[in-house]
Design a protein around this ligand. Structure first.
Ligand code: TRP
Ligand code: SF4
Length: 550
């Protein structure tokens, strides 16, 4: 992820009657919030996290939270607010099936407390038994940010030390630098075959001035995200800030474009889009029972065309219209009903029957033949697809994946993701690595960390008197956020206490900041001690710390 450069949302809700709110620094927005822009290389601002659900289809983390066995505090407190298909990973976790976690870091500056969120997410998943990967996005830092290899080396070391100090187990997990990982670069090349310039332009706003290496860093990140699946397909979760969501979406697309077979549902030999399929499915449902009572026993496409065009009363199995005289629908229409009717009429006396369809996307002839062979039960084989009448969609999906893997394909599972909120800067506004006072680096001197917290902006009132009367605005307070995101660690009681005392007017900012500053000093002391201890471990690892590039 990039800098945690964002304004935190304001909470427009009333918290007094919502006990759970006390540990959750999340919420709604002030009226008139900006539109959401997600730019991996810009400074993304997310004024309203809820818009990410509507606009981009990120799902709410709350919806899966009850199924997380022992959720991390960042999950419990709503700091991790969104996901894409995280359920896939939870299922693998529950069944002890292979699964992985991966995230990457651009070594453009010191690792700071925003990065710590991601370190913690990786480590938590590793402790849940997932294969864990963390990478240094040095190709990206060089191409997209123009850093020299010497600068990159220095920062890379610092990221890795903090990750190890926080508990990443390098024996069980894998650390790598993009620039030194040849299989990764080979995968990037293959994925690049499936993406073109217009698409990158649409997603990232690239133009004629964008340099080629920057584009290459995009396919490299796509490869990072699929990298845990090089040996075998497995659900993979990518913990990132929402600014990285464009990358996640593209990687999910590319992963599926690489697949040998697509699996869809169909009712007859012709292809339908999703809206048309719904029309055909309804027609089939309505006619199947009636056909069962009839000698013919078969629903024909023509019957469904009549139903769609003229209604169910017009369907008469004994007196079908003459196919060569019956014209229905309009294949060029905007209306899916009209298009479906046209296709159905055109298929005429062909039986209408539900089936799963395997579409040949990238299969070798051998793989296609192997699939045909592997489909149990009744099937029909066409040039570029196979229809199976006795398989469920799930059975078909897993068969397609098995055949692909047996025949040399990757069988990629679309990667999942989880998203955390950006932290507010200590000086208010955005937390930015270019404004030292706005963030706390994991390398900051503990005394300096203490001082930064002491001078942080708060959600306090103008006077102590007002604070006692009205309570502080914990939801708008970077100091409260420090407790919730970092300082209270696993202690929900402390987080709740700070929140409730604050909004209840019992807590004043001076003492509150003193307590937070002290915790910050302790955290930095402890972390830096662990970093020093991790030096030796880092040097013993098989990760290149001095780039041979220049
Ligand atoms: N682009 C990310 C950033 O700006 C870094 C990154 C590279 C990454 N590869 C990744 C993040 C794979 C998650 C997964 O920080
Ligand atoms: Fe923030 Fe603490 Fe002041 Fe409340 S009392 S506004 S949490 S600094």
């Amino acid at each position: 992820m990039s800098d945690h450069t964002d304004e935190r949302p304001r909470d427009a809700r009333d918290h007094t009657d919502d006990a759970d709110r006390s540990v959750r620094p999340d919420g709604g927005t002030a009226a008139g919030a900006d539109d959401v822009t997600l730019d991996p290389w810009g400074s993304s601002t997310v004024a309203d996290y809820r818009k990410l659900f509507e606009q981009f289809g990120i799902e709410e983390f709350d919806e899966v939270l009850p199924d997380v066995p022992t959720p991390h505090y960042l999950m419990r407190r709503g700091v991790i607010f969104g996901h894409r298909e995280y359920r896939r990973v939870l299922e693998a976790m529950a069944n002890d099936d292979p699964a992985a976690v991966l995230s990457g870091f651009m070594p453009t500056g010191d690792p700071h407390i925003g990065h710590k969120l991601v370190f913690d997410e990786i480590i938590w998943h590793q402790r849940q038994g997932l294969d864990a990967y963390a990478l240094i996005a040095d190709l990206e830092a060089h191409a997209a940010r123009g850093l020299s290899w010497a600068e990159i080396d220095e920062h890379a070391r610092d990221y890795l030390l903090s990750l190890l100090a926080l508990g990443f187990d390098p024996e069980e997990g894998e650390l790598y630098r993009q620039s030194e990982n040849r299989p990764l670069q080979d995968l990037a090349f293959e994925l690049g075959v499936k993406a073109n310039y217009s698409e990158l332009q649409a997603i990232y706003g690239f133009d004629g001035e964008t340099d080629v290496s920057h584009m290459q860093s995009v396919v490299t990140q796509m490869a990072d995200i699929c990298y845990p699946q090089l040996d075998e397909p497995k659900p993979t979760v990518i913990p990132v800030g929402p600014d990285q969501d464009p990358h996640v979406r593209l990687s999910r697309d590319l992963a599926s474009r690489m697949r040998f077979f697509g699996v869809t549902e169909a009712y007859a030999s012709f292809e339908v889009d999703e809206a048309e399929r719904a029309v055909v499915a309804n027609a089939y449902e309505a006619l199947a029972e009636r056909a069962a009572d009839h000698d013919d026993g078969t629903v024909r496409c023509l019957d469904a065309a009549v139903l769609v065009e003229e209604g169910i009363e017009a369907v008469d199995f004994d007196d079908r219209p003459r196919m060569d005289q019956y014209e229905a629908g309009d294949s060029g229409s905007d209306d899916p009903e009209a298009r479906a009717a046209a296709k159905l009429a055109n298929a005429g006396m062909e039986p209408l029957r539900p089936r799963v369809r395997f579409l040949d996307r990238n299969a070798t002839p051998e793989a296609f033949a192997a699939l045909v062979e592997a489909v149990d039960g009744e099937k029909r084989v066409f040039d570029e697809h196979v229809d199976a009448f006795d398989l469920t969609h799930d059975e078909a999906e897993s068969l397609a994946q098995d055949v692909e893997v047996d025949n040399g394909g990757y069988g990629f599972v679309p990667p999942s993701s989880i998203y955390h909120r950006f932290m507010t800067g200590l000086t208010g506004g955005k937390m930015s690595s270019s404004i030292p006072a706005s963030h706390i680096s994991l390398l900051d001197d503990p005394a300096e960390g203490y001082d930064k917290v002491k001078s942080a902006t708060t959600g306090g009132r103008e006077t102590a008197e007002l604070q006692r009367e009205l309570g502080g605005e914990a939801d708008d307070c970077p100091v409260y956020e420090l407790y919730a995101y970092l300082l209270a660690q696993d202690d929900d009681d402390l987080t709740r206490e700070v929140y409730e005392e604050c909004v209840g007017g019992e807590r004043l900012c001076g003492g509150c900041k003193e307590q937070a500053a002290e915790l910050m000093r302790e955290f930095l002391e402890d972390h830096q001690e662990k970093r020093a201890e991790a030096e030796e471990l880092l040097d013993s690892l098989d990760v290149e710390l001095e780039s041979s590039r220049r």
